[in-house]
Write a protein that binds this ligand. Structure first.
Ligand code: HEM
Length: 532
């Protein structure tokens, strides 16, 4: 998921140097400066604006930033190829050498296959640097082994240069991610949960996305938008979700579609959100195109030059998208209908309602948060069931009884969002008095995927087991005020789609490996061939 008011390239592009004296997984260097710099290194508390991110994204001059390549040795892993080009034919940079290549890692990103013997998993690279884009292009089992190694460390490892405050503590254990998520007065979202943090002007212009707010503004906004997600409203949405799922399965049968991502996985959540919001049919194609454009800077695999340029186009797309929804909002304010936009612009919570800009920001957040995550979960889900035929057989033997568990296990195993950041408001000892000291102003990265493989919580964590009970995964966040607002809706969508698909097309399965987009932010599937 990318927050619509900020560039999403997550923790790559990091600071200059290693952290001398830090307890580290051995590593040699990190990449550039911008991205791991805590936005509020000097003034953490109360902050709601990222002081360190005042430059427009497109004005950042990346060409002068040293690229990571050649500056670190990730255990002599061959440099993976740049995978983004296929999607970016209109990009002026698309002739880059690396652009033409396929992703180095087109296997399941979520970890080694269930059948893999952990003893056979490759050892973590000698030099692990989570802040280096190239780490995220390593084969999934290598990354999984690196995280397993990090989880064995006594405390969180700092990546970057702690002396200058550039970098982050990697929270890789279940308990640590839960603690950071549920202690919002200490672990702030306001300075920005993505890296680089959204620029101040972007936030002013496009409105603040609720993921980047702290109380009281977060609570106030969440109270308003939660009205869209009450059980009563979601019951109504359920009918739409079922109807859209049926239409999609009709269509793939008729058109003999081959790519599960474009035909189904991206389409379902997009249509659901547009229907909920009351976006007219005629504007939907344009909106989908804009969503894709506004999020094209996701991923860490492309050269810095391109990552810094992309937000220019992304922001223009965002502006247009917000313009469309603001227009619908104005019309609904005069003539409310039975849709979410009407509810949001007429809602009066704590004496206030959403402004046009807040409405635009929220719609963009829903689209980017709700479409990409669900699309990736659906695609990984189909693939997981394909490569684990015994789990598939189990599911099909009792679809109604096992689908709920299967959906949650897909979210745990695939973990669509890899990480979000928080910034320390005050000094804090992790895990209680005597625990590792995190200093005010420092950043932490909450690695949901790693928490979801925590051996202390999940027996055989790499195994895909649709009957896993309990399954306290953190795929939707670690709890606390920012817990995914759309978790229930996402489960509804996944359940409805797989029920419809397997009831009517029980032979549906993926073909070959998914084409992934290497990223430190999300486990994004670009395409997945399928048959039925
Ligand atoms: C499988 C699908 C999904 C996954 C894996 C997912 C994951 C997440 C995660 C990890 C967070 C951050 C939680 C935190 O910081 O504690 C989040 C927040 C959020 N998600 Fe989702 N999400 C999914 C689907 C959706 C859908 C369908 C919607 C809405 C249509 C949605 C809307 C949101 C919103 C609005 C937030 C921000 C909440 C806040 O800051 O208060 N998500 N999601």
């Amino acid at each position: 998921m990318k927050t619509p008011t900020g560039a999403s390239a997550p923790i790559a592009d990091s600071a200059e140097s290693t952290a001398p004296g830090e307890p580290t997984v051995p590593r040699q260097a990190t990449a550039s400066a911008e991205a791991t710099a805590p936005a509020q290194a000097e003034e953490p508390a109360e902050a709601t604006e990222p002081a360190g991110a005042t430059e427009p994204a497109e004005q950042a001059e990346p060409a002068e930033q040293p690229e990571a390549a050649g500056r670190i040795d990730l255990a002599e892993q061959p440099e993976p190829a740049e995978p983004e080009a296929a999607e970016q034919v209109d990009s002026p940079e698309s002739t880059d050498r690396a652009d033409a290549a396929e992703p180095a890692d087109s296997t399941d990103p979520s970890g080694p296959p269930a059948s893999a013997d952990p003893a056979e998993a490759p050892a973590p690279p000698e030099s692990v640097d989570l802040a280096d884009p190239r780490f995220w292009q390593l084969p999934a089992p290598v990354r999984a082994a690196a995280f397993a190694e990090l989880r064995r460390r006594p405390g969180p490892v700092f990546f970057g240069d702690r002396a200058t405050g550039r970098g982050f503590h990697a929270l890789v254990r279940h308990a640590d991610v839960v603690e950071a998520s549920r202690t919002p007065a200490v672990f702030l979202s306001g300075p920005g949960v993505t890296t680089p943090a959204p620029a101040r002007w972007v936030r002013l212009m496009f409105g603040d996305s609720m993921v980047n707010l702290d109380d009281p503004r977060h609570a106030q906004l969440r109270r308003i938008v939660s009205r869209a997600f009450t059980p009563r409203l979601l019951d109504r949405v359920e009918e739409d979700v079922r109807r859209i799922s049926t239409d999609l399965v009709d269509r793939i049968e008729k058109e003999r579609s081959e790519d599960f991502v474009t035909a189904v996985a991206a389409e379902l959540p997009f249509q659901v959100i547009c229907t909920m919001m009351g976006i007219p049919e005629r504007s939907r194609r344009e909106v989908l195109d804009l969503v894709n454009r506004s999020s094209e800077d996701i991923g860490v695999a492309r050269p810095l030059r391109r990552r810094f340029r992309a937000p220019g186009r992304g922001l223009r797309a965002l502006a247009r998208m917000q313009g469309i929804v603001a227009g619908v909002g104005r019309r609904r304010r005069c003539r409310p209908e039975e849709d979410l936009i009407s509810a949001l612009v007429t809602a009066d919570v704590d004496g206030r309602r959403l402004t046009g800009r807040e409405l635009g920001a929220f719609f963009s957040l829903l689209l980017v948060a709700g479409v990409e995550t669900t699309r990736n979960a659906l695609a990984h889900g189909l693939h997981l069931l394909t490569v684990h035929p015994e789990q598939r057989a189990l599911l099909l033997a009792d679809l109604d009884g096992r689908l709920g568990g299967a959906v949650d296990e897909m979210v745990r195993h695939a973990t669509p969002i890899i990480q979000f950041n928080r910034t320390l408001a005050v000094d804090h000892e992790l895990g209680g008095p005597g625990g590792p000291l995190l200093r005010a102003g420092e950043k932490v990265a909450l690695f949901y995927g790693s928490a979801n493989r925590d051996e202390e919580v999940f027996p055989d964590p790499d195994t895909f087991d649709i009957t896993r009970t309990p399954n306290p995964h953190l795929g939707f966040g670690g709890g606390g005020p920012h817990y995914c607002l759309g978790a229930h809706l996402a489960r509804q969508e996944m359940t409805a789609l797989f029920r419809e698909l397997f009831t009517r097309l029980p032979e549906a399965r993926s073909v070959g490996e998914p084409q992934l987009v290497p990223s430190s932010f999300d486990h994004r599937v670009r395409s997945l061939r399928f048959t039925f």
